[in-house]
Design a binder for this molecule. Structure first.
Ligand SMILES: [Zn+2]
Length: 453
């Protein structure tokens, strides 16, 4: 019964691709050092795409000291639910230009894919929403109330996220949020992204001396700070490679599983290096914690001399299971670091580093809304949808669930295993854009209880 939508979206694709190309041409990098006027230009182009799709009141949502988001609303029947469609229009920096096969901001079509920075992450989400709305509006009114939010600094900062969400709570309030910033496990395999992990970072410092001392005169009895720090870091995993911090949640993943060889291959892990930890890959990546050292401050080799290093620092990043509390996990990490300091070295935690605790999220896949989403995905793709987690984090999601208790959050998108988001040669499969836009239109129609669906 979805043939009408399928045909309309197929017929709309030339326009969808043109819109996506238009957006990709704007290098909307929001990081410091890039021209903020270009991110504004991207917001304006996004607004125009939404207006042309029928969101007549699409407009910029200004943030004090931040890059503008875009918002628009189309009312549906009074008793129908309100759905917030989310994407972001800012992109990652282009990275090393000489490693791109084509210019990052000059969209190029090749073998059914569109190449360019942001083609997948996340400008595909913008045109997905526009296509779904335009297609449904061809029937007249929308089956549900639709609000569209396109953020302008998802990649570069969470600083203004409270201002954006809590500060516009009346505007953004919804029953369901569709986050089009995810993707499919494989091209053509419809995937509902059903979990994200939480994350917390901190900087740990080890000090052994007020100042450096000669390593010949004192070395032997006096330990150096790097060695002591290395012992603390080494204690974060057990011999099998499981996270050894006590008190963290981990569980068995309930959704689809990832074959170990595929995971190995995609990660690029060197052949002789073992995967660490126990349980399935999905257990480890979607339902358990991970701890990694992201950076170390210690003397560089160049310029180092025969001195006992007095102080060393490491930035430690802890990802936690979707249902774990990152604030509790952070305290567990701090307790572990202090508790595993050898030889009475002084350990301090730099709380000022500004890495806040971000909550994870676990989608309840047994609600009518989730089941409708899975059914819409299956129908659009012509095969059963799978449920897969994401090891990463989307800070907006916990912000939404905190601001709007009871809101249901669905995460999907047009990205696939070849999209290379955040890397060079980013691309999106244009067939995936078409299929996910169809899934979204089907979902909205069914959520509104339309007998047509
Ligand atoms: Zn993204």
């Amino acid at each position: 019964m979805s043939d009408d939508l399928r045909e309309r979206i197929a017929a709309d694709m030339p326009r969808v691709i043109e819109e996506l190309e238009r957006l990709v041409r704007i290098p909307s990098m929001g990081y410091p050092g890039y021209d903020p006027a270009i991110v504004r230009e991207s917001a304006e182009a996004t607004r125009d795409v939404l207006r042309e799709a029928g969101v007549g009141d699409a407009r910029l949502l200004e943030l004090d000291g931040g890059h503008p988001a875009v918002f628009g609303e189309l009312p549906g029947p009074q008793e129908a639910p309100t759905v917030l469609l989310y994407a972001h229009h800012d992109v990652q920096p282009e990275g090393p230009l000489d490693q791109w096969d084509t210019a990052p901001f000059e969209p190029v079509r090749k073998d059914g894919r569109l190449y360019g920075r942001g083609a997948a992450d996340d400008k595909s989400g913008i045109v997905e929403h526009a296509a779904a709305i335009r297609t449904l509006l061809a029937d007249g009114d929308l089956p549900v109330t639709v609000k569209v939010l396109v953020e302008g600094e998802e990649e570069c900062t969470t600083e203004h996220l409270p201002q954006l969400v809590e500060g516009n709570a009346d505007l953004l309030r919804a029953d369901v949020a569709v986050i089009a910033d995810g993707g499919n496990y494989r091209t053509g395999v419809p995937t509902l992204n059903t979990s994200i992990r939480g994350v917390t970072d901190l900087v740990v410092q080890v000090r052994v001396l007020p100042r450096a001392q000669h390593s010949g005169s004192y070395g032997g009895p006096v330990p150096d700070a790097i060695t002591a720090l290395a012992r603390i870091i080494a204690s974060l995993h057990d011999d099998e490679g499981n996270v050894a911090i006590e008190g963290l949640k981990r569980s068995e993943w309930q959704g689809a599983h990832i074959p170990e060889d595929e995971f190995r291959e995609e990660s690029g892990l060197l052949d002789q290096v073992e995967l660490i930890g126990s349980g399935t890959i999905a257990d480890r990546v979607f339902a358990g914690p991970a701890v990694a050292v992201l950076g170390v401050d210690a003397p560089a080799i160049a310029g180092s001399s025969n001195q006992i290093v007095p102080v060393a620092r490491a930035r430690v990043s802890l990802r936690v299971a979707p249902d774990d509390d990152p604030r509790v996990a952070r305290q567990a990490l701090i307790g572990h670091l202090r508790g595993h300091a050898p030889w009475g070295v002084e350990v301090s935690i730099d709380e000022s580093a500004g890495f806040e605790a971000g909550h994870g999220h676990l989608v309840d896949t047994d609600t009518p809304t989730s089941r409708t989403a899975l059914a819409a995905l299956s129908e659009a793709y012509g095969r059963d949808a799978i449920e897969l987690g994401s090891g990463g984090s989307i800070p907006l999601v916990p912000m939404l669930t905190r601001t709007f208790p009871g809101i249901e959050v669905l995460i999907w998108g047009a990205m696939d295993e070849r999209s290379l988001i955040h890397s060079v040669n980013e691309s999106v499969d244009l067939g995936e854009v078409e299929r996910i836009a169809l899934a979204e239109a089907l979902f909205l129609r069914r959520l509104g209880g339309s007998p047509q669906a």
